[in-house]
Ligand binder design. Structure first.
Ligand code: ATP
Ligand code: MG
Length: 405
């Protein structure tokens, strides 16, 4: 069915004052960005609801996109009809038929804002109910828990019909919970952690470390593509690519093998924390989960977090890998995450990293490298791009896929 308008109901909205205004304004912006490539539609965020007027744009595609935007409780696609009861009857039958299966029941629920419309709610319910009964074979009326509930709203600018309520993604609009950085690798976990941070309204700037020539262009493109996938929950994402080659080479040369990984992680977190503060962000998110690998033990976290006082947030901390994979599949990042491109961490992973690094020894090992100089040279070469919904980076270039075969 081609709808003319989608009526969106707000999610977990704090009911009063400035919070409410910010929520509505931000959700309006996010919906606008997520739908940016539809040319005709118009988004207007009002006090009680948000309306997407389609102006001929494809309603099925818009519905699919809206399902992912955080801050939406549910929404109803609707059709606007002129204030002519015969036209309303035709559309009502069409809508009911689109959903009707043998044995189903229905009910009409009319509301009237325009008190000048000649029929009252009772008349409208009767007229439409009768017309549906005589035009849809086998349908019955049922007041309590009908299968199809046709809502009719008589507003000043037309009559709106809707019969479906579709669940939204819940959560809070991205941006209402402040801004943080996210350490995004090309793996399975960090995109899921990003999704969970965004669900609580946090706008995330992606920080990605790459180590050419040890890591390829495709590995970098894959991380960007993952960021692009995440834009559908709240709009554009800043992607910050941070060169890590020189740091890894110097660590490999100078630091005892058991501490390679811990020192690498400290350098990553230092850089991420510096970028966080420079960009007025308020925390660093990671995809770590307790006990998953050597760097994710409490001892390791203590040795790594030692480099900053910026909060390090780990939404996956207590989740099992199987639970994380389920979410990755649901948010459509899994297939991309498992594409076998090398990550800068795996390239330099020693065979036996310390699972319980000692904090004092870690600090001593780090004195063997030029922390400040390495950081500065890396930060000087940082590149930032703005990624929009629908952008592609790992498109079906032959060389990309040839490498996988
Ligand atoms: P992921 O699946 O997210 O890569 P993982 O289980 O492979 O996680 P690690 O490789 O140990 O675990 O990485 C732990 C966390 O460190 C990641 O979730 C991510 O937040 C961060 N991280 C790792 N590699 C990078 C990278 N190249 N760029 C940015 N962050 C990274
Ligand atoms: Mg990884």
């Amino acid at each position: 069915m081609q709808y003319t308008e989608i009526m969106v109901r707000y999610g977990e909205l704090s009911t009063k004052g400035k919070n409410r205004k910010d929520f509505i304004k931000q959700l309006g912006k996010n919906v606008d960005r997520v739908l940016h490539d539809f040319e005709n539609l118009k988004v207007s965020a009002k006090r009680d609801r948000l309306h997407v007027t389609l102006n001929g744009d494809d309603s099925d595609k818009v519905i699919e996109r809206l399902k992912d935007v955080f801050g939406i409780e549910n929404f109803s696609p609707s059709i606007k009809v002129e204030k002519d009861i015969d036209k309303v009857k035709e559309t009502a039958v069409e809508m009911v038929k689109a959903q009707f299966k043998d044995g189903m029941t229905f009910k009409i629920d009319t509301r009237r804002q325009d008190k000048h419309f000649p029929m009252d709610t009772h008349d409208i319910n009767d007229a439409l109910g009768g017309y549906i009964l005589s035009n849809v074979d086998g349908i019955k009326v049922q007041m309590k828990n009908p299968d199809i509930k046709l809502r009719v709203e008589v507003r000043m600018n037309g009559i709106f019909l809707s019969s479906e309520t579709i669940d939204g993604a819940g959560g809070l609009p991205v941006g209402t919970g402040g801004r943080a950085t996210m350490m995004l690798s090309g793996g399975i976990d960090s995109p899921v952690a990003a999704y969970m941070g965004m669900k609580r309204g946090v706008k995330l700037d992606m920080v990605h470390f790459y180590s050419p020539p040890y890591t390829s262009e495709q590995a970098l493109a894959k991380a960007k593509e993952l960021a692009a996938k995440l834009t559908r929950f709240g709009g554009n994402i800043q992607f910050i690519q941070v060169p890590f080659t020189e740091i890894q080479e110097e660590i490999k040369e100078k630091v005892p093998e058991g501490y390679l990984m811990t020192i690498q992680r400290r350098m990553m977190l230092r850089l991420a924390a510096k970028l966080t503060l420079d960009r007025h962000c308020k925390g660093v998110f990671t995809g770590e989960s307790l006990g998953q690998v050597a760097s994710q033990t409490l001892e390791s976290m203590m040795a790594i977090n030692d480099v900053t006082t910026v909060p390090v947030l780990k939404p996956l901390l207590s989740m099992d890998k199987t639970e994380i994979i389920k979410i990755a599949e649901r948010i459509d990042t899994y297939d991309l995450s498992i594409m076998p491109f090398e990550d800068c961490c795996t390239v330099f992973t020693p065979p036996a990293p310390k699972t319980k690094p000692d904090l004092e020894k870690t600090r001593a090992c780090e004195k063997l490298i030029d922390v400040e100089g390495l950081m500065q040279r890396s930060l000087d070469k940082v590149k930032i791009i703005d990624i929009k919904p629908g952008e592609e980076f790992l498109n079906a270039q032959e060389d990309v896929f040839a490498e996988l075969l």
